[in-house]
Design a protein around this ligand. Structure first.
Ligand code: 5GP
Length: 184
């Protein structure tokens, strides 16, 4: 069986990545999300093993030491990383794996150069719209939002490094466009 694609989807916090990815997963049962490991606390409604594997810093550092992570980063004070074994196993079975990771992680995945890699940057229609969405979401404190917006500015400067940039101004169109890129 042919190996599946690995599709990195990055984009600043609040650009709608999570929603777009959930819609993509509904389109096609050959698409699978790689569940990352994080030391961030779960948000209300998040389930261990579904959105993330929630863990503490000691265990996370242990996973770094044992080489279990394809890539990892520290984002706004919390660690996030991609468990490699699960990802490669799903790829071997021919699934297309979606990685919802930020820019440093994407750069490290490019360096690790897995076969069949596609990278997509999801951009907000404007910085003001991003701010509006992040505040409206109501899941973060003002301090965390401010940090995420500062980080978003850095992230937006990295978009040229991706194979494709898709502007998320309409959910349906965005999902269709990304699905088309994945299938081409
Ligand atoms: P959040 O806390 O909003 O769930 O995620 C914060 C950021 O971390 C998002 O940009 C998300 O894409 C990124 N992220 C989630 N999992 C990983 C991972 O395994 N590795 C890296 N490098 N970034 C991740």
């Amino acid at each position: 069986m042919a190996k599946g694609k690995i599709v990195v989807i990055s984009g600043p916090s609040g650009c709608g990545k999570g929603t777009v990815i959930q819609e993509l997963l509904k389109c096609d049962n050959r698409l699978k999300l790689s569940v990352s490991m994080t030391t961030r606390a779960p948000r209300p409604g998040e389930v261990n093993g579904r959105e993330y594997f929630f863990t503490d810093e000691k265990e996370f550092k242990n996973r770094i030491q044992t080489g279990d992570l394809l890539e990892y980063t520290n984002y706004n004070g919390n660690y996030y990383g991609t468990p490699s074994k699960e990802m490669y196993e799903m790829q071997e079975k021919g699934y297309t794996i979606l990685l919802d990771i930020e820019i440093e992680g994407a750069a490290n995945v490019r360096k690790a150069a897995p076969e069949n890699l596609l990278t997509i940057f999801l951009a907000p229609p404007s910085f003001e719209e991003l701010e509006r969405r992040l505040v409206g979401r109501g899941t973060e404190t003002a301090e965390v939002i401010a940090k995420r917006l500062t980080r978003a500015k850095e992230e937006l400067t990295e978009q040229d490094k991706y194979d494709y940039v898709v502007v998320n101004d309409d959910l349906d169109n965005t999902v269709k466009e990304i699905y088309r890129l994945i299938k081409q």
